[in-house]
Design a protein around this ligand. Structure first.
Ligand SMILES: [Ca+2]
Length: 392
């Protein structure tokens, strides 16, 4: 299980005025840049600090934190073990929304458990929310719809001691790793689901390139669980994009609607992808920008990542968010992402970068000064739009 440090899910970026603000957990490096002239590091104008937002609360293996759709200061923290806590940041307290293990046997393996949560866009009127988890015996991935009739304090029961539950997706897993599990509604009002390649190593079943399976894909559903009109020729209908190894965390740019995904690498490169409808992101033929030694019968075209980094910078990309806040102008439009292993928080922005040398720009960009470091970074979260100092 991943370690649960409160700080990790409470990464609140705040701009620090003046020359102070460099506290214990802060590394400031925005004014530095690597020694090259063709591939510029992100250039910032101020200091950035991470602040714990619920300092008296601790969690076990927290994987996600997301805001209540309507209530300011109310957030939901998803623990891998199966519990969702409703956290009130105003008074640093929490209550339990649900512990899924009271109702279902969750799979017990390092990449299993409760993995994702999303509120229906019409939650205020229908009370629907969705959970993503792996359930035993064995490992079967589910996305299921639940209902809250008290605005997110509890989940409605089925009248027989269970929860009222409607499965949206059910997918058996051939191996216990690479379960993806992140779910979110896009700006199109549709439900996106990320699934890994089924696991093991080097995608032994070539599933990410196989359009007859949902494994190794980004899926898109209507809110009622029917496949959306994805239009990927020759595929099972819910496939939106493919060639992914393990899209663990991803998000929509709230300004442009673009879908940014961290796709966890095999042994050499972690990548950031801009996911588009029908796109093939290369796995298992490509890892990062590089052709792998795996056999590859697919002809492409393959879409390169927008950014990749190697083992000197991390071991497992966490993904992140495009910053659209106003408190840190230097970060406007930058993609802020992190890595599970190194805990580094980086900004990535295409605009200041130009590739004019033979050496790929991304190699140098990976050396850009980080914004900050924590010991681990399981998740980067996004508070409500307009939240002061928020990462978005
Ligand atoms: Ca790829």
């Amino acid at each position: 299980m991943r370690p649960g440090l409160l700080l990790l899910l409470c990464l609140l970026l705040t701009a620090c005025g003046g020359s102070g603000g460099n506290s214990d957990n802060t590394v400031v490096g925005l004014l530095e840049r690597p020694s090259n002239s063709t591939c510029l590091a992100f250039e910032g104008s101020g200091e950035v600090q991470l602040t714990a937002v619920a300092p008296s609360l601790t969690f076990t293996a927290p994987l996600l934190m997301l805001p209540h759709p309507d209530l300011a200061g109310i957030f939901y923290v998803v623990e891998q073990g199966g519990t969702v806590f409703r956290v009130n940041l105003a008074n640093d307290t929490r209550t339990e929304l649900v512990d899924l293990t009271d109702f279902y046997p969750l799979s017990d393996c390092p990449e299993c458990g409760l993995l994702g949560m999303a509120f229906d866009p019409a939650f205020a009127t229908n009370g629907y929310l969705y959970l993503s988890f792996t359930q035993g015996p064995g490992v079967t991935s589910y996305v299921a719809r639940f209902e809250s009739t008290d605005n997110g304090l509890s989940l409605r029961g089925d009248g027989a001691g269970g929860l009222d539950r409607t499965n949206v997706m059910e997918q058996s897993q051939p191996f216990s790793n690479h379960n993806g599990g992140h779910i979110a509604f896009g700006p199109d009002g549709l439900l996106y689901v990320g699934l890994g390649d089924g696991g093991s190593g080097n995608d032994p079943g070539n599933r990410a390139q196989d359009l007859s399976t949902r494994l190794g894909k980004m899926l898109r559903y209507n809110a009622d669980g029917s496949p959306a009109s994805n239009g990927v020729s020759g595929s099972v209908p819910e496939i939106y994009a493919y060639g992914l190894r393990n899209p663990w965390r991803w998000s929509f740019d709230r300004s442009t609607g673009a879908l940014w995904a961290g796709d966890v690498g095999q042994s050499a490169f972690e990548e950031i992808d801009l996911i588009t409808q029908g796109g093939n992101y290369g796995w298992r033929c490509y890892e990062g920008f590089e052709r792998t030694s795996n056999s590859c019968s697919a002809s492409g075209p393959f879409i390169d990542p927008v950014h990749a980094y190697g083992r000197s910078d991390g071991i497992s990309v966490t993904g992140g968010f495009v910053y659209r806040g106003s408190n840190i102008p230097a970060l406007q439009g930058a993609y802020l992402f992190s890595d599970y292993g190194s805990g580094t928080l980086w900004p990535w922005s295409a605009s200041p970068m130009t590739v004019t040398s033979a050496e790929p720009c991304w190699r140098r960009a990976a050396m850009s000064p980080p914004l900050a470091r924590t010991t681990r970074a399981n998740c980067i979260w996004s508070p409500q739009p307009g939240c002061s100092g928020s990462i978005r």
